[in-house]
Design a binder for this molecule. Structure first.
Ligand code: BYC
Length: 338
């Protein structure tokens, strides 16, 4: 089994009988569907699990801007360029809400960024694949945001209040992203040249399997799922949401007139779901360990832009200090007069 890099202290789901009074009361709150808020008592492992997941989610949004930004200067029309610029800005906003949600758990933005920059914290495997053609921008919107939504709709009901509330807004924006990606591909398929249609198919061929890997390892290889489901951080296992994504995506694929690179994909009348072929988990684990096609480039770019932005952070701090001093002087003058 894959060894966790972020140790949350959970080895197995604790029996209720082994819980102390605080933990038992916490579980009653979870059972009652009460949201856990920053000031609520929570088990340390619950807090660590959330910091791990929310910060990795935030990092994914921020790193995810890179493969899309790659096509910003080469968008085919002004309309497409504006759509792509708006989408990238949305992703940045999602990262910021999520960092703020994670900060409510007592960690700092600087710590989370340091964990990302030093390779300790992960981000979604999908962003370690390159965007080689304009059609990839459509496929990222349709497949990657589409996969993200299936997961995030479930996270709107996650047990931690600030994370659940951030997800509500994020899901609305992700729905727009998914539609713009699909509309882009549909336009290429319905109005494009043969070369453009081939570009769409090639893009789906390359991004289909990595999109399925976004949901994480199978349930029996997922060290975090059982406890996260018990705490209602996750509402469903990785396999169930992967299946849900496939079931809702294949009819859309058929409308496009494209195929997926999976000879075993077929509708199963008995289960009411699509059967699909084996996922290459060796590839997934290689990517999340840092050996995907673009891991090195993504991280180097992120660290370089963080360093290049140091003066902005310094200026913001200097300005905040100046304002605070001004306010303090005003207050002390007012006190003297009084
Ligand atoms: N990639 O026990 P498991 C977007 C890790 S961005 C990398 O199942 P868990 C967008 C996992 O972290 C949307 N690592 O874990 C942005 C764990 O390692 P650690 C991104 C993965 O947490 C810009 C280990 O494998 N969405 O939409 O219970 C442009 C074992 O896994 C991956 C989110 O981040 C992966 N795919 O379940 C366009 C959703 N899968 O941490 C679009 C929030 C697993 O123990 N996250 N790992 O070292 C989640 O819902 C859950 O964390 C996961 C994994 C379902 C991903």
């Amino acid at each position: 089994m894959y060894a966790q890099m972020v140790e949350t202290g959970v080895k197995k789901v604790k029996d209720r009988a082994d819980m102390d009074a605080n933990e038992a009361a916490f579980m009653l709150q979870i059972d009652a569907e009460d949201k856990i808020e920053p000031q609520s008592w929570m088990p340390e492992a619950y807090r660590k699990t959330l910091v791990r997941q929310i910060s990795q989610h935030a990092h994914s949004e921020i790193i995810g801007m890179q493969p899309e930004g790659n096509w910003l200067t080469r968008a085919p029309t002004l309309k497409r360029k504006l759509q792509l610029a708006a989408k990238i800005q949305d992703e940045c906003g999602h990262g910021l809400y999520l960092y703020s949600a994670a900060e409510t758990l007592g960690t700092s933005r600087a710590q989370m960024l340091d964990d990302l920059h030093t390779g300790k914290a992960k981000y979604s495997s999908i962003f370690n694949y390159p965007t080689l053609s304009w059609a990839d921008i459509g496929a990222v919107g349709w497949l990657v945001d589409g996969a993200a939504i299936v997961n995030q709709v479930m996270l709107q009901r996650t047990s931690y209040g600030p994370y659940a509330r951030a997800m509500v807004r994020i899901c609305k924006e992700e729905s727009f992203h998914q539609r713009q990606g699909y509309e882009l591909l549909l336009t290429m398929m319905q109005q494009g040249t043969q070369a453009q249609k081939d570009m769409v198919q090639d893009s789906i061929n390359r991004l289909w399997w990595p999109s399925l890997m976004m949901f994480g390892p199978t349930d029996d290889e997922s060290p975090n799922s059982a406890q996260s489901i018990a705490w209602k951080i996750k509402r469903k296992g990785n396999d169930e949401i992967r299946q849900q994504f496939i079931d809702q995506t294949i009819p859309q694929l058929e409308v496009l007139g494209c195929t997926v690179p999976d000879p075993d994909l077929k509708w199963n009348e008995a289960t009411g779901h699509y059967d699909f072929g084996a996922i290459d988990w060796a590839e997934f684990f290689a990517v999340i360990k840092g050996n995907g096609p673009c891991n090195k480039q993504r991280l180097e770019r992120k660290v370089a832009s963080h360093e290049a932005g140091a003066w902005v952070r310094d200026a913001a701090i200097a300005y905040a200090n100046k304002q605070a001093n001004k306010q303090a002087n005003k207050q002390s003058n007012a006190n003297k007069v009084a």
